[in-house]
Design a protein around this ligand. Structure first.
Ligand SMILES: Cc1cc2nc3c(=O)[nH]c(=O)nc-3n(C[C@H](O)[C@H](O)[C@H](O)COP(=O)(O)O)c2cc1C
Length: 440
């Protein structure tokens, strides 16, 4: 179907951790999740499907939240992650267009180190880099970096506001025309265009300048996923793209309205930040087969896996909670408030067991059917919710970026239908990630 004026194109991304969980998916029988060839192949497939980016998640700790120690996570390989940055560098080396998003926590890296890593990745990839700004959700991370607990939820965002200010200033510490590299005059760069930032704030001090020149994007793409009120305020001030988990269309719509309002309040054009929701379409050649696949996923999923993921994400040990009761909406969450909202906002009757199953299956908004039916739902959902894009959430819990079988299914069965309908891109028009993200 040709693209009509009314057809709004949709952005797509592939999201997950470079995690041990892949050992126990089908990919584990072909690839070793610790080796680069898996991730390079993932990047190639996602690029052939013309996705905007691959986003690699991260948590800088083996969690302890569920049961108060590492045992469950270690035994099952849950939330055992490798560092996203070198993995993305390998992905960038075998691709030319697809964006490369690194999740790096403001609670785990000094700002100078992070600014330099992201700037380096933006240089290496010729402008395809994004930073997914997270503040970390669990005390296990804090304990790896010399603290007993994370700072309180809203204060983490206050710290992150200052943090991102430092990072942005470091990225701007070389004027774009500072680099001369003129062999004739033997001048590398113009010192009058490379300046210290001399930042001194409440939480950070940094002299600068960065020791990486201005990158192709100047300011690499900022991704954020906070859906609490404070999280939205932070995203509205800072993000080019937000990613959210919502279980229903009504929740997506209300988030889109609230977040576009937050952008306006922050003095920005409400279209200046792309909104993505997580999806995990379950497909089959017929509607019946798709339902059977869903049922098999359901039966294979483990409540405990979901509980362990949720415990870490909420920063609360859920092993002590009644599985047959809903989670109280006023649960004192110090981790990710958006995760509690996801499960308590519309459907107040989901028990903890239902929620844990849902997470154990990496489900968010339910999509199940033939590839054509899934494309129908995606098209309708984008139109009705006002979303700009979707990111796929592969096998969980939390999703592993190395779920190459699911990626292949999405890339070979679903994306071509969306492309034929004029809903997904069939080429990369821009040369940088930012240009592609804002091409439509
Ligand atoms: C789609 C999505 C992906 C996320 N990925 C990560 C991640 O990789 N690492 C992490 O520490 N937090 C991750 N988070 C948590 C958020 O970045 C954020 O810290 C958390 O949502 C707290 O925000 P809130 O309380 O404002 O909702 C993710 C959240 C969402 C919705």
């Amino acid at each position: 179907m040709p693209k009509s004026d009314k057809t709004k194109m949709i952005h797509f991304a592939w999201f997950g951790c470079a995690g041990a969980h892949a050992w126990n998916t089908q990919a584990g029988s072909l690839y070793d999740w610790r080796r680069g060839d898996l991730y390079m192949e993932v990047a190639r497939i996602a690029e052939r499907a013309f996705m905007d980016m691959v986003l690699v998640a991260d948590k800088a700790a083996v969690p302890t939240a569920y049961g108060g120690n590492n045992d469950f996570y270690v035994r099952n390989g849950f939330d055992i992650h490798m560092d996203p940055t070198p993995i993305l560098a390998m992905m960038g080396a075998v691709t030319k267009h697809i964006g490369l998003g690194a999740t790096l926590s403001t609670s785990a890296y000094p700002p100078f180190l992070l600014a330099r890593q992201i700037a380096t990745l933006d240089q290496l990839s010729a402008g395809r880099t994004a930073w997914n700004v997270v503040t970390s959700v669990s005390n296990a991370v804090a304990q790896n970096y010399g603290q007993d607990t994370l700072p309180p939820h809203d204060e983490r965002y206050d710290i992150a506001d200052e943090y991102i200010d430092v990072v942005r200033k470091l990225w701007a510490s070389w004027d774009r025309d500072a680099l001369i590299q003129d062999r004739e005059s033997n001048v590398f760069a113009d010192p009058s265009k490379v300046k210290p930032i001399n930042f001194s704030g409440k939480y950070y001090k940094s002299r600068g300048p960065l020791n990486v020149p201005a990158t192709p994007q100047g300011q690499p793409v900022i991704v954020q996923a906070g859906t609490s009120n404070r999280g939205q305020e932070f995203s509205a001030a800072n993000a080019d793209m937000v990613i959210a988990h919502k279980n229903t269309l009504a929740d997506m719509k209300s988030y889109v309205a609230q977040f576009r309002g937050a952008l306006e309040k922050a003095g920005r054009d409400p279209a200046s930040c792309k909104i993505f929701f997580a999806i995990k379409p379950v497909m089959g050649d017929t509607e019946q087969t798709a339902k059977e696949v869903w049922q098999r996923n359901y039966e294979k999923s483990s409540v405990e896996a979901g509980l362990s993921y949720l415990s870490d994400t909420l920063n609360i040990d859920l092993s002590k909670f009644d599985l047959d009761k809903p989670l109280p909406p006023d649960l004192p969450v110090t981790g990710m408030i958006g995760k509690l909202l996801q499960h308590t906002q519309s459907n107040k009757h989901m028990t903890l067991r239902d929620i844990a199953r849902h997470e154990g299956m990496s489900e968010t908004y339910p999509i199940c059917g033939t590839p054509e039916q899934c494309a129908d739902i995606i098209e309708r959902t984008a139109k009705e919710s006002g979303a700009d894009g979707f990111h796929f959430r592969p096998a969980g819990p939390g999703g592993t970026v190395g779920d190459i079988y699911y990626l292949t299914e999405v890339a070979s069965k679903l994306m071509p239908i969306l492309q034929r309908r004029g809903l997904a891109r069939t080429s990369y028009s821009g040369s940088t990630l930012k240009e592609n993200l804002f091409a439509f």
